[in-house]
Design a protein around this ligand. Structure first.
Ligand code: XMP
Length: 326
């Protein structure tokens, strides 16, 4: 157990200089642990896995094999950003897996939230396992475990969903961030040269837009979630709310209502906007978004996003609502 306790002597990483010292120390430790063997990493593009990837690229270069699984539930532009940053800019050995149809086929007709989560998690492991089997000579599995994962959930990084690999694929674990808190991971990520959009991004659940496309996922509503979320993020960034509001996103329920567009009756979906602030995600308050901005975002979503005719703003704190709609 003691190997999972942050050493008391470890200084809190708050500056670039401290981050650089941590990076140098970790590179030496990783090189000593790994030697000339190969390491596999599920790279979601989230802060933790991205920082692990950047660190390992520095330490072992092409011997890190990053697998990015596009399950179709990522936000607009995310797979493209992973490819741009890691393959094009950092010259990583990156395997991109387009598993969109595979996930959406498995999820077709499944409305129950826990079942959806289980399908996404299980399918992720299956895709990752298949990619692992295609690689020769892998001896290590890197994970973006951070200290809160150890403190809160016995070291299980639930949203990385790689805990369930079969017996013959039980690689030795490489977890260079396991004693870091989230703010320290961001400082290290910045020092490693990752873009701000990756380092400071808001939390995003492992099952992704799957928890925001309510009920049974359909492609039309999934696109409505993805496109409306992109508009919301763009407008929050333009209006100084990015980095100020803890988490903001849209959700699309599985019912339609009557509206009117260009003098014609429509029958389409509503989009729900949620924007909340919290310290620990256990309770949350609603951001007081300026009314004019909400009106502008409503105007954009109803005119730019297909199959949508209304926008609603969720005024519910947590409790009684959770942050996600699911
Ligand atoms: P709720 O909806 O329970 O969400 O109030 C609290 C926070 O947890 C995030 N969340 C997840 N994060 N994997 C994650 O890493 C998940 O499966 C998951 N589900 C919810 C949610 O976005 C919010 O920030």
């Amino acid at each position: 157990m003691s190997e999972n306790v942050r050493p008391e002597t470890m200084e809190r990483i708050t500056t670039e200089a401290l981050a650089n010292a941590f990076i140098d120390e970790q590179i030496a430790a990783l090189q000593a642990q790994i030697g000339d063997k190969k390491v596999l990493l599920a790279l979601s593009g989230g802060v933790d896995s991205s920082v692990v990837a950047a660190l390992l690229i520095k330490a072992i270069g092409q011997n890190l094999v990053c697998v990015h699984v596009n399950h179709g539930l990522l936000r607009k532009g995310e797979p493209e950003q992973v490819i741009e940053v890691f393959r094009n800019q950092m010259n990583a050995n990156l395997v991109y897996v387009d598993a969109v149809d595979r996930f959406l086929d498995k999820l077709a007709g499944v409305a129950e939230p826990e079942k959806k989560r289980k399908i996404i998690g299980a399918e992720f492991i299956r895709v990752f396992e298949e990619e692992a089997r295609k690689q020769d000579g892998i001896e290590f599995l890197a994970q973006g475990t951070i200290y809160p994962d150890i403190l809160e959930s016995d070291g299980v990084k639930a949203h990385h969903n790689v805990g369930g690999l079969p017996e013959d694929l039980q690689f030795e674990l490489v977890e260079p961030l396991k004693f870091l808190f989230k703010d320290e991971v961001r400082v290290v990520g910045k020092a490693l040269g990752l873009p701000d959009g990756m380092v400071y991004r808001q939390p995003f659940p492992g099952p992704g837009l799957g928890v925001r496309c309510l009920g049974a996922i359909t492609r039309d509503r999934l696109e409505a979630v993805r496109e409306s979320d992109a508009i919301l993020r763009e407008e929050f960034a333009k209006n100084g709310l990015e980095g100020k509001v803890w988490q903001y996103f849209t959700a699309v329920p599985d019912f339609k209502s009557v509206g009117v567009k260009d003098g014609k009756r429509t029958f389409a979906f509503p989009v729900i906007i949620r924007a909340v602030n919290t310290k620990d995600a256990m309770t949350a308050t609603v951001e007081n978004v300026p009314f004019e901005l909400l009106q502008h975002i409503t105007q954009r979503i109803t005119s730019e996003v297909e199959n949508v005719n209304r926008v609603l703003y969720d005024l519910t704190p947590k409790p009684s609502g959770t942050i996600e709609w699911e």
